[in-house]
Design a protein around this ligand. Structure first.
Ligand code: ADP
Length: 305
């Protein structure tokens, strides 16, 4: 898989706060990558470094396999972003705004290309309306249109659905999906809402206090049918053999870590497993169901605004 974006030990400090702490991430071509974390986790700070609005204290950023440095901003031509709420001229039409911004970026799209972008974001019927008549959701979609003007390969969206009503959120989600599915773009999207990321991303990471805490394929992370249990046992070797005899595969259905065992299964309940261990002379010191991602995310989000 081709890597589009990579960070290595990315770190940014503000006085005594480490906003981004040794963050390693990899984004592959064509995927929708969810960058999830509660408020204050360090998402915007990361995105501002990715788009060269601020510079890291430590670590590196690679975009399209090239290292991003203060004097290599040309790589950013392949990146389209909405970082803060985009500013538009409220008294100009949607079309005129895009035309004006194109000039500002030194690009020269044809009228047809601008209309195609407006159509893609669902604003073609309002192309000639002043932006001051637009809803918040329409402005956000015009923001995405603005980010697409130079036909970037990677699109970075910082919490694009914040402040939108459910319908507006849905429209943005559909846009993100078609950017990836229809246009083959790579999308990096941040959010503080787990369900939103679940609905659109292939892969995601969760950060908290600037550090990565969870990473993986969304489908796998959210496979809640498959319960995961943690067992602390007196005789791990024997337990291992019992599980193998029950057709559990080591490092796939279960993992061993010291005198603990992590078992993932749809077939057997924790109390049945407990019974099997006890009947085979193994002492079960403790067992519990591992928290689901939802529970985990709620816990790190607790106490947040
Ligand atoms: P998120 O986007 O996940 O909500 P931010 O990246 O905005 O989080 O913030 C991460 C942490 O860094 C927070 O504690 C925030 O207060 C702090 N922070 C962000 N920008 C600045 C800044 N310019 N000066 C000082 N602290 C900042």
């Amino acid at each position: 898989m081709e890597i589009v974006l990579e960070t290595k030990s990315l770190t940014k400090k503000f006085k005594n706060i480490t906003a981004v702490d040794n963050l390693d991430l990899v984004v592959y071509k064509g995927e929708v990558f969810g960058f999830l974390g509660p408020n204050g986790a360090g998402k915007s700070t990361t995105i501002r470094m990715l788009t060269s609005l601020i510079y890291p204290d430590q670590g590196e950023i690679y975009l399209f396999n090239k290292k991003l440095t203060a004097n290599s901003k040309s790589i950013l031509r392949k990146v389209g972003a909405i970082v803060e709420s985009p500013d538009f001229y409220l008294y100009l039409t949607a079309f005129k705004n895009l035309e004006f911004l194109s000039q500002l970026y030194g690009i020269n799209p044809t009228r047809k290309q601008i209309m195609e972008i407006l159509d893609f974001v669902g604003l073609s019927n309002r192309w000639n309306s002043k932006v001051k008549t637009f809803s918040h959701g329409m402005k956000q979609r015009l923001g995405i249109a603005q980010a697409l003007l130079h036909d970037p390969d990677l699109i970075i969206l910082d919490e694009p659905t914040t402040g939108l009503d459910p319908q507006g959120m849905k429209e943005i989600r559909e846009l993100v999906i078609s950017l990836s599915k229809e246009k083959g773009k790579t999308v990096f999207i941040s959010s503080h809402l787990l369900y939103e990321v679940e609905l659109i991303a292939n892969r995601m990471i969760i950060i908290n206090r600037g550090k990565k805490v969870v990473e993986g394929y969304v489908k796998e992370l959210l496979n809640e049918e498959k319960a995961t249990y943690n067992f602390r046992l007196s005789n791990i070797e024997r337990a291992k053999n019992i599980l193998i005899s029950l057709n559990f595969e080591l490092n796939h259905d279960f993992e061993v870590n010291g005198n603990e065992m992590l078992i993932s299964t749809k077939r057997i309940s924790a109390s049945q497993l407990n019974k099997i261990f006890v009947e085979n002379g193994i002492e079960v010191f403790e067992f519990y169901r591992k928290r689901t991602l939802e529970e985990y995310f709620l816990e790190i989000t607790r106490g947040q605004k």
